[in-house]
Structures are given as C-alpha cells and as structure tokens.
Design a protein around this ligand. Structure first.
Ligand SMILES: Cc1ncc(C[n+]2csc(CCOP(=O)(O)OP(=O)(O)O)c2C)c(N)n1
Ligand SMILES: [Mg+2]
Length: 1021
C-alpha cells in the first residue's frame, strides 16, 4: 500500500495539472458525489502552471491514476490515447504537454500545447465519453463506499425511517440504462471484481449492493489513511468473503442457543426480578466470542472488559464462563453476605477468570470490571487497567492485552466520557493500542427514542473523531454479526486502533423486565411482538441448509437447559454470598490467603541520609551530557543544590525524595494530569527540555540508580473525568505502584465527580476491591477567585465513612493503622514537605491499599518557612498525623488560653499573626495533618496538655466549606464534649472564594481577629 502512495507521487504532475486547470477554467458540468474527491485531496492542492488537457477535471484524478496503474502493468491494456499520454508524461513532458504527439513534444508555447492537445482529442472522438462514463462509475462505486451503509438493512424491525439519497438510481450519476451491460474497468480502490479488473455495470452495482447494502453497513470512508481504507474495502467487497463452513455455523448456533436459553431460564425462574436481559440482541454473545477467538488467535492473552447492565449476566455466564450457580445465587435474597462492605447489585459486579479458549486452545484471562450504574463511567477505568497490564507485561504494542468496551446506544451517544475516553486512545502514555467497542443498539434508551436523544444519525458517530471504522450490523443476522466481529478483531490486531461494532437489534421487554414498553413505544412494540426470535430464524436457516438436523438442534437446546437446571439445584445449597468471588482485580501475592492484609504494621517511612543526598543530587543536576537546559531552570537546580547543602527540602524536593526513594525500591511511579511534567506552578520540572534540540527531553528520576523502577510522568489531555478514571484503572493492576493524578487546580476535580463518588470513595465497600490511587489537589485561599481556590475539602470529608459521634477504641497500639485499614479513604492536608514525603511513602509501605486525597499547596511551594529538615525524613521518622505546637505555648501549657486547631496553609498565617500580636505563649496552634481517619487519640492528647485552653477550629475556607462540618463533631467527641468547639474562618458563602482581592484580604483579617481575640466567645455557649 505504501507503494501505491509512491506511485501516486510519480503522476502528481498530471494530477496537479488538472487541479490548476480546474481553478483557472469556468466550472464545467461534473459528476459530483458528495465526499468523492476526498482521498487525494492533498495532492490536488498542489499548484502548478496552467494545463491544457480539456477532457480532464478535478474529479478525474482517481481515474487517471487507475489508468496509469493499468498502463504501467501493460501499456496495451489501456486505450491508445492513454498510452500516448502516459508515454509523454513519463518521458518528462511538462504539465499540459503530455497530449502532444511525439514529434512535437516540448515544442512551442502554452497556446501551441493547447492547440496540439485539442487536435489530439479531436482525433479521438470517444475519449470524452469514455472518461466521463468511467468517472461516473468511479463516482458510483465511491458513493456506495461512502454512503452504502445508509441504505443497508440494519434494523431487524424494519421500522427505522431514514430518508437517504437514492444510490441505486444510476441516473443520478449520469449513467443510463443502456450502460448496464457495458464493461467498465474497475478502479484500484475497489475489490468487487475479485480477480476481474473489469465488469459490466450491472454486476458492479450488484456487487456493491451486496457488499454495502445488506445486513452490514460499513462506515469508514472518513478515515484519512489510504491503506486502512483499502484494507476495509477488501474485507467487505471481495466476492464470497462472508462464507462460513458448517463447523463454524454449528458453533454459532450453539452460542446463540446459550445466549437465548440463559435469558429464558432466568425469566422462568425469576420472572419478577430485574436482570436487564439481552432479549432482542442475543447475538451479542456470539459476537463477543468471535472477537475473543480471533484475538486469541492473534496472540492476545488478556482481555479487560467494561460493560453496562444490559446482558451483563449473560456475558458473565456465557462469555466469561463464570459458574452458573454463583450467578443464580445472586437472585437469592436470603443469602448472607460473607464479606464486609455494602456489596452491589448483581448486574454491576465484576469478575476475573483464567481459562482455556476452546477455539484456539490457548490460555486467556478475562476481566470484567465492576461498575456503577453511571453509564460509560467504567470506560476510562478499563483503558487504564489495560494500559497497566500492557506496561507490566512489557507489551508495548498491545499484542498481548486488549480492552473491549460494550455500550448502550443511548449512553454511547449521550455521555461525554465516551468522547473523553476516545481522545486518550492515541496518546503515547494512554493508548491501549486499540479497543473494540460493541454497541448493543436496541434503538431505545429506557423510554426515549433516538430521534429525541441524539442529534447524530447514528449513536456511534463520536467514534469518527479518532478515525475508528464503524461496522453497523443487523443483529438478527448472526452470520453477518460473526463476520463483522472477525473483521473488527483483525482490524484491531492489524492497525492497533479503535473499532466500533454497532449491533442493531431491539429490546424485547421493557427497560427492565418489570417495565411496560407499550406506554411509550406502542408502534415499535407491536412490531416486536410479531418479531421471530433470532435463534428461531438461525436454526430454521441452518436446518434448511442441512447444517444441523432439527433433532440435533433440539438436543443442543436440551443440553444447555439441563446445565442451567443442574446449576440451579446446586445454587440452592449455597448459604453465603462471597463478594470477593466477584473480584475483578485480585492481588493474590499482596494479601494473605484469606484475602486479609499480611500484617497490621507499617515500617518507618524515613530514608537514609545517603539516599536523601543521592536523590537530592539527581534533583539538582542534569544527568545527560551535552544537554542544554533553560537558564531559569539552571537557577532552580542551583537552589535545590543549595537546599541540599543546608539539609532542607521544599515541597518539590520533598516529592523528589519520596519518588526517588520508591523508584529505587523498585516501585513504579506514574504521575499524570494536566501539565504535571513541569507542574502547574512551575515548581516540579520532572522533565527537562533541551533548549537546542527539539523534543529532546530527559527525566532525571529515571537516572536514580541501576535496577530502579521506571518513572512515568505524563501531561494528560484536558480531561478530568477521563484521565482520573484512567489512572484509577491503572492503579488497579498492581498494588506495588504509586499512581498519582494531579488536578491543575483542585477546583477542577468536580468534572470527575463520578469517578470520585462511584469508584474511589465507595469502590472497596461495593466491590471488595482496594486501590491506592493518590489525588493531588492544589488548594488554598489566595485571592485567585472562585475557581482557583478550593479543592472542596468538604466534599471529600463528607464522604468519609468514620463515625463522628463514636470515640473509637484507642487502647490498641495498632490503633492508627487499624483506623487506616477500616476507612474508605485517607484525606490529608500536609503543611510540610517532610510530611508530604512520608505520606507518599506510607501509601506503599502500608500492608493494604486506600485511596489518598492530598490537598496540596500553591503559595507554600515557595514559602520560606514551608521547608523541612532532613532530620524529619531520616530512618525512624514517620508521617505526623497531628503536628503539635512546639513553640513557647508548649513549654508553658497552663498559661495557654486557647488552642487553635487548623490544617494546611492557614497555619503559617496564624503563626505569623500570633507572632505579630505577641501571643505565642497564650495561644497554641496545632495542625491536623491527617483529617481522615480522624486522629482522635492525638487530638485528645493535645487538648489534655492545655487544661485551661478554649478550643477553636480555624480555617481559611468559608464556614459551609472546608473542614469545619467534619472536624467539629469529631473534635467534640475526642474531648468527650467537655468544651464547645469555637469557629474562626470565613462566613458561609455560595461561591468558594471571592473574586475581589480586597474582599479576600478583609475576610482574612476578620477571621484572624476572631482567632486571636481571646474574648470573642466569652459569655457565649
Ligand atoms: C449516567 C447515567 N445517567 C442515567 C442513567 C439512568 N439510565 C439507566 S439505563 C438508561 C438508558 C440507557 O439506554 P442505553 O444506553 O441505550 O442502554 P439500554 O438500556 O437500552 O441497553 C438510563 C437513562 C444511568 N444509569 N447513568
Ligand atoms: Mg438502548
């Protein structure tokens, strides 16, 4: 195919000549088919001198090419006029001169060339008609390729009414009835002729109808790669390409029997239970099985899948081949839950299974990711997990691990996350090298018709943005479905790009089995009631063809029914439901055999002085010779070296120390998010850019020590929902990796709210699945306006599952770690680089995994006091959940009248204000660094040590934001409600921050006044 492009380049002058001609001449009547001239558009844009071939125009370039190829192969097979033309062109005739007869070649002026050419055409009177008709045929072929899918018979119900141009009327292309038996040479851009290079028009139309207008609609001509278009044409146009042998047909029938009879069995046993059955689209199961067979044949060993509710149980049963009794158990409301957590409904649960793929006799692993109701939310998670598995297997091209995503038609068109996920598909740090998407297109979303649910003709149009081919197929034709899925799998495994299979079926029941669809879709459902089931259609066809006998068919049905019945009987013996049976991402080596943590302790997170200085050196130098960095960066590295000599770290260096040490301990680190490589606040600089060589970069953290783990730091697309979901998925694959997602500003995390609510905060409770992802959320009230100030800590804290009113048992020495183990996530706001360093390292050294939410600083990144000594990072040191006051107040605690608890940046404002007011011995300021799980023990100890102090919570956020609502009841519980908890901070507000700098400063001053006015609350209860 590349050769084709090269050859095209050789005749460019000819085509360019046509282009110039077109621009300079008045428009002449042309055969115009929408989109037709797209393939070689870039070539046509070339500008050259005016040409003079009067029979050529802009749409003829394809035809000229075709003639040229044919002439190259055999000069005598083209018309004599073309032979002369190409001979002249090849001999170097300039554009416009190729039609001169050999003796006059190269002679005379442009006018002379025109005269000569006209004279030549005059001697070839049939050339114009010949070219015109061939162009018309080409346009016709191309029109079928582009728009044949519009008239394909895709809707099994036959009721979708779409008004499309009449392709079949050849008159639209300037051809006539009388042309039908004329032989036409076929262009290279079609395969309908098989081994024939020319066909009568009648056959051309017939072949095109077969290829593009039956039960398969192929949408691909928007793809801007000639080789890929040719590949698809070949797959669908080659005569007889969709033929299956009896064995394949019997296998297809057996698969359809399973798919159909499974739903029927559930319907018989639990007629009033919601299961979101597949009826109307049962060919999904053979479709997926075909994809897996074909991909396994190409070497794929692991499939990561995501799907919504529809047909999920069927997929678990018949594709993943989970034990049927375990599935049936899920319908038993009397079963007791064996595991902690809330669990989830049966059509959300995930699964992981390793088994032999019968068709290839190869081992494969199938994981179906657990997902919430939120449609399509699982898409980026599947991609992230796939990427991670590829990464750990060193599968750099996606040849061993691949993802399959299933979608509903309404959700695929409606949910923005679909688009965000597609946009990750070709980014170097996010690509999974092609996903196969299967849309279960039942032409309805709950009670809503497509015509009011989307503005695009198909639910799949979103896929066009990434040039993914889209194969629409009538789900009532299982053979067509099987073929399309084979091609989809081959496409993915050839080009490593996304592809969509749009399975057009219907939904036999309501949205769920209890719903009455006739309320809203009477016309559709009258038709559905008349519709023969796909299994019946296929079995009748195959019996008629003699592929199976009626008896064999009935036996196969009875065999599967029996399998279901036996499993049902077994399921009755189950008394307990094990959620961990449904785990989609097991970590067998990380946990003990019973699935519990191997220990309940965490070693010190400090590192040696030697390591600190070694990593510090890496952070302050360029590890590659002859690499020119920006002068500003040289200053930054110098400042780091300076800190090193003083044995202190700022925030960026603290992060470096944590990352560098973990990498050295062979823990893979992946940091992703918008502009994370440099850091939004230009503090990180994890990727150095050579100022003299374009795209030459260097990542010093990958030069820490030999045998270290790889560090991946990647600027992401401008998506929070998609990218956070992706990283969460990445973190699922391996507990021994530190995966971090950083928001540009914490404020923006709420466009990923669904990932946070549905997966991160509640994932373990619902799906017994742990995850150690870290969210870095820049936060702080610094007068930057409502959208660059708050990472909304209140939202995260409100979702913490610890009880504010119950004082936990703190007697156990493992209290702190047990608390971490029991919580749903950890929320911290570190005020020192050392604490940030420790909390990152603790993520990996803990014997279990919990999501970690870190509110990170902005101005503190450069605050002269926000530095930590190496002493706070040495072996034996740890993360400090609470940092008690260490100043004069702590040495004379009886004198202290007020203890201010706070968290984060406001600490520095408070201590500066306290100093200015000379109140260092009367007011203690204590930092709560770990907000959740709440450090009840340390808070109590701190309050106990100031017996005469009033207790106040101070925050810079508004009263209805920030930490107050979370902290107040817990502080109160910690001190057994002995005192009131006072408040100093901004008042309640709708917006998280003011946009006015003056107001910002006034608010700050006001709450500082409250914090240090020791009489502010006197007399108040
Ligand atoms: C994000 C989100 N919004 C709304 C819903 C509620 N809901 C559940 S199913 C459904 C219709 C889905 O239609 P479609 O995607 O075509 O799948 P089908 O049920 O037809 O298979 C809706 C709106 C949801 N689950 N998730
Ligand atoms: Mg639907």
């Amino acid at each position: 195919m590349h050769g084709l492009r090269t050859t095209v380049g050789r005749i460019r002058p000819l085509i360019a000549a046509q282009s110039s001609h077109r621009q300079s001449q008045p428009p002449r009547p042309m055969l115009v088919v929408e989109g037709a001239p797209r393939m070689f558009a870039p070539v046509r844009r070339l500008g050259t001198p005016v040409a003079a071939e009067p029979f050529l125009n802009g749409t003829s370039s394809n035809y000229v090419e075709e003639m040229y190829y044919a002439w190259l192969e055999n000069p005598s097979c083209v018309h004599k006029s073309w032979d002369i033309f190409f001979r002249n062109a090849n001999a170097g005739a300039p554009p416009g001169a190729a039609y001169q007869s050999p003796p006059s070649l190269g002679s005379g002026t442009v006018q002379g060339v025109v005269n000569n050419a006209q004279a030549l055409v005059g001697t070839q009177p049939n050339v114009e008609k010949l070219v015109k008709d061939h162009l018309a045929v080409q346009a016709l072929i191309r029109a079928y390729q582009i728009r044949g899918h519009h008239i394909a018979r895709l809707d099994p119900l036959g009721i979708s009414s779409v008004d499309f141009v009449d392709l079949q009327n050849i008159g639209n292309f300037g051809l006539e009835e009388s042309d039908l038996d004329t032989m036409f040479r076929l262009p290279r851009t079609t395969f309908i002729g098989g081994s024939e290079r020319a066909l009568p028009l009648r056959e051309i139309v017939g072949h095109l109808e077969n290829a593009y207008c039956q039960h398969i609609g192929v949408e691909f001509m928007f793809i801007n790669d000639l080789e890929q278009c040719q590949w698809i044409r070949q797959k669908f146009e080659t005569p007889g390409v969709m033929q299956f042998g009896p064995e394949e047909k019997r296998r297809l029938l057996a698969r359809l029997i399973r798919s159909t009879r499974f739903e029927e069995f559930l319907q018989r046993k639990w007629s009033s239970e919601k299961r979101f059955g597949l009826e109307g689209c049962e060919s999904l199961i053979p479709a997926l099985k075909t994809i897996i067979d074909k991909s396994s044949e190409s070497g794929i060993e692991s499939f990561i899948m995501g799907m919504p509710h529809r047909g999920r149980l069927n997929v678990l049963a018949n594709l993943i081949r989970m034990d049927l009794d375990q599935i049936f158990c899920q319908f038993d409301s009397n079963l007791e839950a064996a595991d902690e957590g809330s669990g989830d409904v049966k059509y959300h649960l995930g699964m992981h299974l390793r088994r032999i793929n019968k068709a290839t006799d190869r081992d494969i692993t199938l994981s179906l990711m657990a997902n919430p109701s939120h449609l399509e939310a699982v898409d980026p998670i599947v991609q992230g997990k796939t990427k991670a598995e590829q990464f750990y297997r060193d599968d750099t091209e996606g040849k061993k691990v691949m993802s399959i995503l299933l979608h509903g038609d309404a959700a695929f068109a409606g949910q923005g996350i679909v688009y965000e996920t597609f946009h990750l598909s070709d980014l170097p740090s996010y690509t999974t090298h092609g996903t196969i998407h299967v849309v279960v297109n039942n032409q309805i979303g709950f009670t809503t018709d497509p015509r009011v649910a989307r503005s695009s003709p198909y639910p799949t149009d979103v896929a066009r943005v990434v040039n993914a081919p889209i194969f629409h197929v009538n789900a009532d034709d299982p053979e067509a479905v099987m073929y399309v899925c084979q091609v989809a799998a081959e496409w993915r495994n050839t080009f490593h790009k996304d592809v969509v299979v749009d399975l057009v079926g219907y939904r036999r029941n309501g949205h769920n089995e209890m719903d009455e669809p006739m309320f809203t879709q009477p016309h559709m459902y009258k038709q559905i009631k008349k519709q023969k089931r796909v299994l019946q259609k296929l079995s009748e066809k195959l019996i008629a063809e003699g592929v199976v006998s009626a008896k064999e068919y009935e036996e196969e049905v009875a065999k599967y029914d029996n399998i279901c019945a036996e499993a049902y009987a077994r399921s009755k013996d189950e008394k307990i439901m094990h959620s961990n049976y449904w785990l989609d991402s097991p970590w067998p080596d990380f946990f003990a055999k019973d699935g519990q943590p191997k220990s309940m302790s965490c070693p010190s997170t400090g590192i040696s002085e030697e390591d600190l200085s070694h990593i510090g050196n890496a952070a302050s130098s360029v590890p590659v010779e002859g690499f020119t960095i920006h002068a500003g960066l040289t200053r930054i590295l110098k400042a780091r070296a300076n800190m090193l000599s003083q044995r202190v770290c700022d925030w960026a260096l603290g992060e470096y120390m944590a990352f560098g040490s973990l990498l050295k301990e062979r823990i893979h680190i992946r940091l992703s998010g918008q502009d994370v490589e440099r850091g939004t606040f230009s503090h990180r600089h994890h990727v150095l850019h050579d100022q003299d060589v374009d795209k030459q970069t260097c990542v010093p953290l990958n030069h820490i020590s030999s045998g270290q783990a790889l560090y991946t730091v990647c600027n992401s697309s401008l998506s929070e929902y998609g990218v956070l979901g992706f990283e969460l998925g990445f973190a699922m694959a391996n507990p021994n990796a530190l995966v971090l997602w950083e928001a540009q500003f914490g404020d923006f995390h709420n466009t990923a709210q669904c990932i946070i609510d549905q997966f991160i905060s509640s994932g373990q409770a619902k799906w017994v699945r742990q995850n150690g992802i870290v969210l870095l959320l820049p936060h702080g009230m610094e007068g930057m306006g409502p959208e660059h100030s708050s990472a909304r800590p209140e939202r995260f804290l409100q979702m913490c599952s610890d009880d504010p009113d119950v004082s936990p048992d703190m007697s156990d020495e493992d209290f702190a770690i047990q608390q971490l183990c029991d919580c749903n996530w950890i929320v911290v706001n570190c005020s020192t680089p050392a604490n940030y360093f420790h909390v990152l390292r603790r993520q990996i050294l803990l014997p279990f995994r919990k999501p970690l939410i870190v509110f990170t600083p902005k101005s503190l990144l450069r605050h002269p006091e926000a530095k930590s000594s190496f002493d706070d990072m040495l072996p034996g040191t740890d993360f400090q959940r609470v940092i008690p006051d260490a100043g004069p107040a702590s040495t004379n605690s009886d004198k202290v009248r007020r203890i201010i608890f706070c968290t984060g940046k406001v600490y520095y404002e408070l201590t500066s204000e306290r100093k200015n007011r000379g109140m260092e011995d009367t007011v203690a300021v204590t930092r709560i660094e770990q907000l959740s799980p709440f450090p009840f023990d340390l808070v109590k100890a701190e309050t106990d040590s100031f017996p005469n102090a009033e207790l106040l919570w101070c925050q810079e956020e508004h009263k209805n934001h920030g930490y107050y609502d979370y902290v107040k009841p817990r502080l109160s519980t910690a001190i057994d409600h002995a005192h009131s908890v006072r408040y100093a901070g901004r008042g309640p507000a709708a917006a998280p921050a003011t946009g006015n700098k003056q107001t910002h400063l006034q608010e700050l001053q006001r709450f500082m006044d409250t914090a240090f006015n020791l009489e502010a609350f006197s007399g108040k209860r």
